[in-house]
Design a protein around this ligand. Sequence first.
Ligand code: HEM
Length: 459
Amino acid sequence: MALPCSPLRALGLGLAQGLAALRALGSILVQSLRLLLQGKGSAAQRLSPLVADFGFQRQVLAVLRVVLPNFKSRRSLVRAYANKGTALVCRNSDVREVLDRHQDFEVVYGPRMREITGGANFFLGMQDGPTYSRDVTNMRQAVRRTDPQELLVPQATGWAEAIVGAGHGLIDFPQQLGAQIPARIVQEYFGLRGPRREDLIEWTTLLFWYLFVDLAASPELRPKAMAAAVHLQEALDQEIRERKDSLTRGGPKPADDVLQRCLEMQAIDTPGMDDLGIRNYLIGFIIGAIPTLSAAATQIVDELLNRPEQLALAQAAARGGDPGEFEGYVFEALRYQPLNPILYRRAVRDSTIARGTWRAMTIPAGTMVLASNYSAMFDPMQVENADRFWPGRPWRDYILWGYGMHTCAGAYINAAVLPVMLRPLFCRPHLRRSPGAKGQIDRAATPFPVHLALCFDAE
Ligand code: HEM
C-alpha cells in the first residue's frame, strides 16, 4: 500500500533518497577498498564477507533503488529452474506489482517439487487454477486459523521455557531451541511422530535448500536432497498406514493433529485427500516449517544482539505484560535480516512493469525476475521511516513471508510462534553472545544458521 504522497512530498522524498544513496555509495566504496587492500585471496574471496552482510546489501539496494531500480540482462543467473535471462526489481511498488501479477509472473518450483514428492506438484509450485484452489482450501481446513493461538502458542511457550531453563546460562540457539521447536510442531501438531527430531531437521533443511536456495543447481546437493525426500516420503507413508491400521483395529482415539484431520477429510471422500495427496500436502508444509522458523528465529536474535539499545528494550518488553510490544521487536529485527530477501518468478509473456513511470521496463518472456522484498521493506517512497528501527511499525511495511497469491500458508503460525519461541530467552538477564567466533552465527557451509552460542545469567 502506498503512503499518501503529494508532488512536493514526492520531490522531498526523492531528494532524501538520492542523498541517502550517495552516502551508501561512499560507504560501499570505502568498505570494498578496505577489504581489497587488506584481505588475502582473489578479489571475489576478499569481498565475499561483505556481500553476505545484510547491512552492506541494504546499502547496495539503496543505491540501486535510485539509479537502477529495474534492471534486466540476458544472462541467466539461476540454473536450478529454466529461464532466458535475469531481471532485478527493487522498488516497493514494483516488487508488489510482480508478485500481484501471478498470471504474468509465474512460480517456478514445480519441477523440483515433483522430484521431491515422486511425481505430484505442491501448491507453491502451482499456477492459479482449480487444483491450486482445491489444495489450498483443503489445507486451510486441516491447518486452521485458530490453531496458532489455541494449540501452538501454549505448547511452544512451554517447550521454549523448558529448553532455556535447562541451559543453565548457555545455549547453542539454532541447535537447542531454534530447530527443536518447529521439529516438535511437526511431530505433535502435524502428526509425523515416527522419525527422530534430528532426522526431520536434517531432511527438511536439505529439501528447503534444494527447492529454494540452490539457485546454482549444485551437483553435490541433489543426491542428498533426493535421499532426504525418500526418507520423508517413507516416514509419512508409514505414519498414514499405521493410523489407518489402528483405526480398523479399533485402536485408541488418535490425537487431534493435522494428519488426523486430513484422514477424517479422506473418510468423507474429500477430493485430493487420498493417501498420496495427504502425503504430498504434508511434505510441502513440513519442509516449509522447520528450517524457516529456525533460521528466522536465529536471525532475529542475531540482529537484536547487534543493537544493544534495542536489545535492552526488547528484553524489557519480553518481561512486560504486553505481548504485542515484544512482537514489535521480533518482526522489526526480521525486517533487517529476513529469511527470504528475494522472491523469484518467471515472466510468462513479455510484460511491462512500472508502466507510465521513468523506470517502466518490459521484461521478456522466460526471464527470471528477482523481486527484492528486502529492498521493498526499506524503500522510503512507500515505507515510513524506512531506515529507522521502529518496533510496532505498520504491518503493511512488512513482506517477511511473501506477498500475493503464494503468501506463506504458515503466516499465522509464524506471527504467533516466533515471539513465544524467543520470549523465555529474552526474559533472562544479561543475554549476550558467547565470546569469540562461537558467539557469531556459523552456517557450517549451509545457507542456514547452524550454531550461535549465547550466554545469559541463570536465575
Ligand atoms: C519464519 C518462517 C517462515 C518464512 C520466513 C516463510 C516464508 C515463506 C515465503 C517467502 C513464501 C512464499 C514463497 C514465494 O512466493 O515464492 C512461503 C510460502 C509458503 N510457506 Fe512459508 N515461511 C515460513 C514458515 C512456514 C511454516 C511454519 C509453514 C507451514 C506451516 C509454511 C508453509 C508455506 C507454504 C505451504 C507456502 C506456499 C503457499 C502457497 O503457495 O500458496 N511456511 N513461505
